[in-house]
Ligand binder design. Structure first.
Ligand SMILES: Cc1ncc(C[n+]2csc(CCOP(=O)(O)OP(=O)(O)O)c2C)c(N)n1
Ligand SMILES: CC(=O)[C@@H](O)[C@H](O)COP(=O)(O)O
Ligand SMILES: [Mg+2]
Length: 624
């Protein structure tokens, strides 16, 4: 570890470093990040890009009294380094280890937990208003990227900042503009920021304007005097950032986001400002590591890699569910020209890059705007298109009302391809896809499917695109499970698939948890039991005909799902058995009412009691 970084053991220790050594410290931080993330995996490029911004904040502010909210929070490793957690980086994103996002319970310098995009300005405004109501004086800041600024919630907050303007109360927003979301940034705001980037700083503009006017013989000087008096008109004419200025947010740009001294000057100036102020910092995602600079998308979120070559260590031996989705959609779209694909700033993660390559005019990246994406899809469907919205389960939570209000009430044929459904592992609590059955299964007109493995996925997708109404298919992060059971039964609305008949006990497996259930069946058989096994396939509409048969044949019915138990499939079966006055024993296995922290998926399944061994134990305990 670098000599200077080694001196930083507690919050504010950076203030003991001589200013002339800041560039050396920045390099030591970059070396540390590359060394550690190359071993643990994590979000590297964003953190490399935020080194100087974070250092400057820690030089100018005093923690934990002063407070910074990091938008998304994937770029908060430097903040964690500078607040006494550098020794924990060997446990980054591992069970009981350092979280990859800010977390209140981890440090009093993590004032607000993040993970989902575009929340930082809202949260910081809440902190600032509380400060003012309490008549305190700390500095409150939000660090938001250009990608996160494409999220609608950010504008709701920018709009509401007027309450600080009115009271002349300070709040700093640092816009970390690197022209990148995970992929290239998109949309009108990105174009606006590009325009701002293309200009020099306002102060230069003002000076240049005055010089130009003063050089005009005769009228020039008086015009310059008049304009100078009405600063706003110069601003109106020339200042970049008028979008912010017109909302009452002072725009301070452009600042070189890698010049620590310029940043310190800007932040110290901003601290004195009476009202909200936005510092527009230009950075490079992946700064300081050539492989990440060249390919910031690859190094946005990356597994352990060889830092000498930039190559990921784990060789991909199997396809992922995302690969199967992407390949199948390209084929289905070839046959059906009405198929259009939508992503909310996740073209790589959802696999839609492949679709974009084949059908660029039928591909839409709407930015980090899931709410908009859902209703945009509804509009497309209302005009006869077959929109497919590929979205991570936890991010679709943003569009819940749009699913209900704009798609399901109107019974519009939108196909939701819900990736990262179920446990996701290292991203932890904010990213687990363990709520989608709960938040979709109670919406009338919605159909919710879950393939047991990759063989069933293409057929389910074909069925979905032929189904005339709202329909969703949930599938997990990671490699496919090519299971014991071959896909055979054709897909029929609301029909489950009996895999093994068995007797006494039957297991109903939802989606990819089939992997654990098949192992459990083998283990039970080895102990003399003969369990039945059902591939649920349709969470809704439920296969009530099958449930009637099962209720007559088996004394114990077991449901297993990678979802909260509350609102889950097991609860739906329980309601069915209750409504039909069935006397069966019911054992529901799933996530029992807690948020699942960062760990491996296997560790998370074991903790939840839905790995094979736990399923077996629960069944045997129940049967004896
Ligand atoms: C609601 C939501 N949608 C999508 C994501 C996935 N996501 C994480 S970081 C990111 C891009 C953020 O870009 P930017 O704010 O510019 O930060 P940078 O990585 O460039 O520093 C996206 C889309 C998310 N975290 N939350
Ligand atoms: C920070 C963020 O929200 C994304 O980078 C997310 O971590 C990506 O998840 P996957 O690694 O599953 O694509
Ligand atoms: Mg960015």
């Amino acid at each position: 570890m670098g000599r200077l970084l080694n001196k930083i053991k507690e919050p504010n220790d950076i203030k003991r470093i001589s200013p002339k050594l800041y560039p050396i410290l920045a390099q030591e931080i970059r070396d540390f990040l590359i060394d550690h993330v190359s071993q643990t995996g994590g979000h590297l490029a964003s953190n490399l890009g935020a080194v100087e911004i974070t250092m400057a904040l820690h030089i100018c502010l005093h923690f934990p009294e002063d407070k910074v909210v990091y938008d998304v929070g994937h770029q908060s490793y430097v903040h964690k380094l500078l607040t006494g957690r550098k020794d924990e980086f060997t446990s980054l994103r591992q069970k009981d280890g350092l979280c990859g996002f800010p977390k209140r319970c981890e440090s009093d310098c993590d004032v607000f937990g993040t993970g989902h995009s575009s929340t930082s300005i809202s949260a910081a405004l809440g902190l600032a208003v509380a400060r003012d109501l309490e008549q305190k004086g700390e500095t409150i800041a939000a660090v938001i990227g250009d990608g996160a600024l494409s999220g609608g919630m950010a504008y709701e907050a920018l709009n509401n900042l007027s309450i600080l303007r009115r009271e002349k109360k300070n709040m700093i927003i640092i816009l970390n503009d690197n022209k990148m979301s995970i992929s290239e940034n998109v949309g009108g705001m990105s174009r606006y920021l590009n325009d701002l980037r293309s200009r020099r700083s306002y102060s230069e503009f003002k000076e240049n304007v005055e010089n130009a006017l003063n050089n005009i013989p005769g009228v020039g000087k008086s015009v310059a005097r008049t304009l100078k008096k009405s600063k706003d008109s110069i601003k109106q004419l020339f200042i970049p950032g008028m979008l912010f200025e017109n909302m009452g947010i002072t725009y301070y740009g452009l600042v070189n986001g890698h010049d620590i001294y310029e940043l310190i000057h800007a932040i110290n100036r901003a601290k004195q400002h009476e009202g909200p102020i936005l510092i527009h910092a230009i950075t490079r995602k992946g700064m300081g590591y050539k492989y990440a600079e060249k390919n910031p998308e690859k190094f946005h979120g990356i597994g352990p890699f060889d830092k000498e070559t930039g190559e990921v260590l784990a060789k991909k031996t199997k396809k992922t569910y995302t690969d199967i989705f992407a390949e199948s959609l390209v084929e289905l779209a070839r046959e059906n020209k009405k198929v259009v694909a939508i992503t909310a700033a996740m073209p790589s993660g959802t696999g839609l890059k492949a679709f974009k390559k084949h059908y660029p005019k039928r591909f839409f990246d709407v930015g980090i705007a899931e709410e908009h994406a859902v209703t945009f899809a509804a509009g497309l469907a209302a005009q006869g298109m077959r929109p497919v919205f590929a979205v991570y389960s936890s991010f679709l939570q943003r569009g819940y009302d749009q699913v209900l209000h704009d798609v399901c009430i109107q019974k519009l044929p939108v196909f939701f391809c819900i990736d990262r459904s179920g446990l996701v592992g290292a991203d932890g609590e904010t990213h687990q896809g363990i709520f989608d059955i709960s938040y979709l299964s109670h919406i009338p007109n919605m159909v919710l499917m879950a393939p047991k493995n990759e063989k069933e996925m293409p057929a389910m997708m074909k069925f979905a695109l032929e189904y005339n109404g709202p329909i969703a298919m949930k599938y997990p992060r990671g490699s496919v499970y090519d299971g014991l059971s071959e896909y055979n039964a054709p897909i029929e609305l609301g029909k489950s698939e009996m895999i093994y008949e068995g007797q006494d006990v039957v297991i109903l497996a939802v989606g990819n948890i089939m992997e654990e259930c098949e192992k459990a069946v083998q283990l039970l058989k080895s102990q003399g039991y003969n369990p039945g096994l059902v591939n649920v396939r349709f969470i809704r509409p439920m296969d009530e005909e099958m449930l009637h048969v099962l209720s007559k044949k088996y004394s114990l019915i077991v449901t297993v799902e990678e979802n909260q138990l509350i609102g889950g499939y097991g609860q739906m079966v329980s309601a069915f058995l209750h409504k039909n006055v069935c006397k069966n024993q019911l054992l529901t296995l799933g996530i029992s009412d807690y948020f699942v922290g960062h760990a491996t998926v296997n560790e998370q399944r074991e903790e939840a009691g839905i790995n094979a061994d736990s399923i077996v134990k629960s069944i045997i305990d129940r049967m004896n």
